[in-house]
Design a protein around this ligand. Structure first.
Ligand code: NDP
Length: 448
């Protein structure tokens, strides 16, 4: 491998790129990783991590209110966006430091510059320097999609939302997916008036219809406004700084911030990939095989840029599998079945396996068990918010093929239950397990 400057050159220091770099270096490879923004990538810098901290911050609105029913004398509290924002951003800085240190400790060289591919074994840095490597790994992630219409430049995306100068009094969120529902919950708890605008009447496409319907119902009760089948005509910026949003067939709406949460597009353009023969699909994703290899033998790709499942733990697994396969003499592929996922809405949703609809299409015979209950804490708090747990089973074998939950701490509970679903356990195995009482999770072993 000594003919090349490096054994591995990674473009992008996000979840997938960092894992691949660290593990490859630990196997003894000479690794360089280029990053044009900040080490850590979307998840750490402007995604999962700061978002989850905002979710925690937002939930205090309910906790402080409920605390009074539990005997606490809570004075009227007010929320200060700048304090939370700055504390969250400071934590992002801390994690950015830890990720950088992790790469340093592993012996991977960090190059804080944009890199593009100029040959099957060659990259060029923004400074003009050319570098050769036996393997090149594309781990450049994805960026927010912004719908095309006049005035769209007045909106922001999840990249900017963590840095807002002040809390918007009124926010319009475009989209009905993960980011839209998570930020609708966050801003609603902070006291902003939230309007979610989606092009269809389906929120969280891909999730089980029962939990989606429950979230919509709870969100409406909490005061979040939804506009479905809505099409943007234009946005005008007014002299007072407010935004006037024109939707087809509706009265114009005045808001302070428009947040686009309309999907994410792989970062594959402007990297020189097609010039060297790396094929890109119609959605902009780098085409790869099960070993993460592109259509050029020496160039691989992992994470959101391949648009398989846009989730951090998947990018990490792909990065690990790449390093194990190429430098660890341990060929591995990622198993994409039964991947648990969660929406950190208020309340959160968590899900693993087939939805009821998918199971009915695929299996024919299906048995569904559900528990529709009010968490004990919500009962005492007088909070009329019901949780829903749903288990989808193969009608012939009793095997649990999917679990779908909405309610407090659903993601924390589902992670453990996902092990059972992945292991192919049956409903009987759940029934055989003694309930842990009193808990919300016990509903999973008491389903009728
Ligand atoms: P999603 O794919 O979740 O949702 C996109 C939404 O935008 C859908 O409601 C979709 O409508 C709508 N939409 C798509 N294209 C257009 C368009 N051209 N014009 C108008 N509306 C459009 O995307 P997000 O942006 O919310 O999140 C991106 C990805 O990031 C997620 O898919 C997920 O993989 C990841 N993510 C994961 C999180 C988690 O794990 N908790 C949190 C945040 C993001 P329709 O469905 O009707 O087509």
């Amino acid at each position: 491998m000594a003919d090349y400057d490096y054994d591995l050159f990674v473009i992008g220091a996000g979840s997938g790129g960092v894992r691949a770099s660290r593990v490859s270096a630990a196997y003894g490879a000479r690794v360089a990783v280029a990053e044009e923004y900040r080490v850590g990538g979307t998840c750490v810098i402007r995604g999962c991590v700061p978002k989850k901290l905002l979710v925690y911050g937002a939930h205090f609105a309910e906790d402080l209110k409920d605390a009074r029913r539990f005997g606490w004398n809570v004075p009227d509290c007010s929320f200060d966006w700048a304090t939370l924002r700055d504390n969250v951003l400071a934590d992002v800085d801390r994690l950015n430091g830890l990720y950088t240190q992790g790469l340093d400790n592993a012996g991977a060289e960090i190059i804080l510059e944009r890199a593009t591919v100029t040959g099957p074994h060659e990259v060029a840095l923004a400074s003009g320097k050319k570098i050769t490597a036996k393997y090149i790994l594309i781990a450049t992630g994805a960026h927010p999609h912004i719908p095309e219409f006049p005035g769209n430049e007045h909106g922001i995306t999840s990249n900017e939302v963590f840095h807002l100068d002040k809390l918007p009094r009124r926010i319009l969120i475009a989209g009905g997916g993960y980011i839209a529902n998570e930020f609708a919950g966050i801003f609603n708890e902070f006291g902003s008036h939230v309007t979610v605008v989606n092009r269809t009447d389906v929120i969280l496409r891909g999730y089980d219809h029962s939990v989606r319907d429950r979230l919509l119902q709870i969100s409406l009760t909490k005061g979040i406004d939804f506009r479905f089948h809505a099409e943007f005509e234009r946005i005008e910026k007014l002299e007072n700084g407010c935004l006037k949003v024109f939707l087809a067939g509706q009265d114009p709406m005045e808001v302070d911030v428009v947040l686009f949460a309309t999907g994410r597009v792989p970062n594959s353009t402007g990297l020189g990939l097609e010039d060297v023969g790396v094929e890109i699909d119609a959605k902009g994703a780098v085409k790869v095989d099960a070993q993460n290899r592109s259509t050029i033998d020496s160039i691989y790709a992992v994470g959101d840029v391949t648009n398989r499942i846009q989730l951090t733990p998947i990018a990490i697994r792909e990065g690990q599998a790449f390093a194990d396969t190429i430098f660890g003499n341990n060929p591995r592929t990622v198993d994409y079945s039964c991947v648990p996922s969660a929406v950190f809405s208020h309340p959160p949703i968590a899900s693993v396996g087939m939805t009821e609809g998918e199971a009915r299409n695929k299996l024919g015979s299906v048995k569904v068990y559900a528990s529709d209950f009010r968490a004990m804490k919500n009962v005492l708090a007088n909070r009329n918010e019901r949780a829903l747990y749903k288990m989808v089973c193969d009608g012939m074998t009793g095997r649990v093929v999917g679990i779908h939950m909405i309610g407090p701490d659903a993601p924390e509970i589902l992670q453990a239950a996902a092990v059972a679903v992945k292991a192919g356990l049956t409903k009987e195995a759940f029934d055989d397990t003694v309930a842990l009482h009193p808990s919300m999770a016990e509903e999973l072993v008491l389903l009728k």
